[in-house]
Design a protein around this ligand. Structure first.
Ligand SMILES: *Cc1c(COP(=O)(O)O)cnc(C)c1O
Length: 381
């Protein structure tokens, strides 16, 4: 049996007639750029998140960059973000002219540890970017409270957590602005690159519209950039959006089944869901001391797994100039050598899930790891 990490084609097959018709309509109307499909998806997505405005753009990385520019970031301004994320979160801070200040993570949820944020604040700090990693919200109340006290903005990076909730509030509604990615493998995925920012701040949304579209069509009020959602992607996303809740439930069912079986294996720590939060399982990430050996075993049995991510951000060469050491971010550093993302997608069959259960149980039951020690990844500097 072969189990892919995600199966985008399986999802397409469940909605093929709708997708094909939507693509055909865009082609028929040559509605590739700035078409009604874009306005429609923006309205639908804003309503889904529960905010006033959605401004679509080319990808989730651009959404972060545009937000920071819109919030007025200046050269040398410091932005605090998590040590454990995809590099979009931090690279856009630099791209927008700011300085990245990393913060360690929470032991259980892998999201930014609010207790460590305040010590990172300096007179140059302007904002905080929490990431709702793997599909679970960061601990927003203390983050928002620190931000209020120090007059900082908060941008929620929601790329992995469409529809997740924190104390009954949907993610994307709590900061000054929030950003989403619709990269094909995300919980709501286009068939190419796509992204959006959402906000209740009308002025920020108006500015982002101008900026992302050359500073205004015909009448350029500012110099902008070209970061547009295209008509095909918008039409595809509008077809997929009504299915998102059902797909999210599908992910939860896979996760519950994994929890049930893997939770009984002492060598595995299954993902924890913090009180009053809901998890949408963009990724199902276990921890084990035998990570590398388990990954090799699963690969040999046809099961694809991924490391999200092989290193915590401060330990990549891209950030060597910051001179960080493992003891600066002990949790993020410890996690990087133990995390393993298992296959998860709404269309996974019970046979596929059962096969993953079985192969993992076999590995631990037979002590297949004893001859293969897990290598602790070096800090990369
Ligand atoms: C995917 C992702 C992004 C960026 O999205 P793209 O659409 O690929 O540019 C940003 N932040 C996080 C945490 C992500 O997972």
């Amino acid at each position: 049996m072969k189990i892919p990490f995600v199966d985008l084609h399986a999802q397409y097959l469940t909605i093929q007639p709708e997708i094909d018709a939507a693509i055909a309509a865009v082609i028929r109307d040559s509605a590739f750029i700035r078409s009604p499909h874009i306005d429609r998806f923006e309205e639908e997505f804003a309503a889904t998140v529960g905010v006033k405005r959605c401004v679509s753009c080319a990808n989730g990385t651009d959404a972060l960059y545009i937000c920071m520019k819109g919030l007025g970031i200046q050269a040398g301004d410091e932005v605090i973000t998590t040590a454990h994320s995809w590099i979009s979160t931090s690279e856009t801070i630099t791209q927008a002219g700011g300085r990245v200040v990393f913060c360690d993570t929470d032991e259980e949820t892998f999201t930014i540890d609010p207790a460590q944020i305040e010590a990172k604040i300096t007179p140059r700090t302007v904002g905080i970017i929490p990431v709702h990693l793997y599909g679970q919200s960061a601990d927003m109340d203390p983050i928002l409270e620190i931000a209020r006290r120090h007059n900082l903005w908060v941008i929620e990076d929601c790329a992995q957590a469409h529809l997740a909730e924190y104390k009954g509030r949907q993610i994307g509604t709590m900061g000054q602005a929030a950003t989403f990615s619709f990269y094909p493998g995300k919980n709501l995925g286009a068939m190419g690159d796509a992204g959006a920012l959402v906000t209740n701040d009308e002025k920020l949304a108006d500015w982002a519209c101008l900026y992302a579209r050359h500073g205004g069509k015909g009448d350029h009020q500012i110099e902008g950039i070209n970061s547009r959602l295209d008509g095909l992607q918008a039409a595809i996303l509008s077809v997929k959006l009504p299915h998102l809740r059902k797909w999210t439930e599908g992910r939860r069912e896979v996760a519950l089944s994994y929890d049930d079986v893997l939770g009984r294996i002492p060598d595995i720590r299954i993902p924890a869901v913090a009180a009053e939060r809901t998890h949408v399982y963009h990724l199902y990430v276990i921890r084990t001391e035998h990570r590398d050996a388990l990954q090799a075993h699963l690969k040999a049995q046809g099961i694809a797994t991924v490391l999200n991510y092989p290193k915590a951000l401060p330990f990549y060469k891209a950030y060597a100039h910051l001179g960080h050491r493992p003891e600066d971010f002990p949790r993020a550093y410890a996690h990087q050598s133990r995390i393993l993302s298992l296959p998860i997608y709404p269309e996974m069959t019970s046979e596929q899930i059962g096969y993953v259960h079985h192969q993992i149980a076999e590995f631990f039951a037979h002590g297949l790891f004893t001859s293969l020690p897990t290598s602790i990844a070096p800090a990369g500097r």
